[in-house]
Design a protein around this ligand. Structure first.
Ligand SMILES: C[S@@+](CC[C@H](N)C(=O)[O-])C[C@H]1O[C@@H](n2cnc3c(N)ncnc32)[C@H](O)[C@@H]1O
Length: 220
């Protein structure tokens, strides 16, 4: 038995891609197309997608929220895992990047499940709250500008029902959070957020070392 988390090198990563449920043709196509873009590294990896789709099904999520959509890979993954009639609200500032997502969602036959809102996510989330949507979401995925992570978390705590799930991406920050000499502004901020969630009596919390680190917070 070991208390250490195994290091996932390229070979082990390939094994995970092989043994986890393979990407659908639609996911692969979108990953390949996005792979040609300069910011391709922003999309979640196939293993993380597989894990998130598993969570969506495990929790019986019917209504999902995403903050940070980019070219739509994580939204495609989550929306495809929803049951018939399931819906998702996606927030992003980029009409250009999300246009790729819209096309991929339509091609995959799940376009009608996704309500894409273009604009600063903090404003979109405030609007959802003002529209009486508090407690109506089963799941939220936070993967946008890190400066607003704390704000998004607080807004998601209002929007996601008790017993639902808030997932926050990039919380290991390439390992920087564990390096005390790393005092970069965003590293310090993410480190503080991780500790805030750990100590937050409003949620059950676990940080999972998948991708660049995925925090899972379950509102109580
Ligand atoms: C890491 S990418 C999202 C990747 C996506 N979840 C995926 O896995 O394919 C971050 C996204 O956040 C968006 N973003 C940045 N600042 C934002 C803001 N203030 N409001 C909404 N979206 C924002 C960017 O346009 C970008 O598409």
């Amino acid at each position: 038995m070991s208390r250490a988390t195994i290091m996932v090198d390229d070979r082990l990563g390939e094994y995970l891609d092989f043994i986890n449920r393979p990407e659908t043709a639609a996911q692969r196509k979108l990953r390949d197309e996005t792979g040609m873009m300069p910011n391709a590294g922003m999309q979640i990896g196939p293993n993380q997608g597989s894990f998130m789709a598993f969570l969506i099904k495990l929790l019986g999520v019917e209504r999902a929220l995403e903050i940070g959509t980019f070219t739509g890979y994580s939204a495609l993954t989550v929306a495809s895992a929803l049951p018939e009639g399931g819906t998702m609200v996606c927030c992003d500032v980029s009409a250009e990047w999300t246009a790729k997502g819209r096309a991929a969602w339509t091609e995959a036959g799940i376009g009608d499940r996704i309500d894409l809102r273009i604009g600063p996510a903090a404003e979109t989330l405030d609007q959802l709250i003002a529209d009486g949507e508090a407690g109506t979401f089963d799941f939220a995925f936070i993967d946008a500008d890190k400066d607003n992570y704390d704000r998004y978390y607080e807004q998601c705590l209002i929007l996601v029902r008790k017993g639902g799930l808030i997932a926050i991406d990039n919380v290991l920050w390439s390992g920087g959070v564990a390096d005390p000499s790393d005092q970069d502004r965003l590293t310090v901020m993410i480190r503080a957020l991780n500790e805030k969630l750990r100590d937050d009596p409003r949620v059950d919390f676990c940080l999972v070392p998948i991708g660049d680190g995925l925090s899972l917070a379950r509102p109580r």
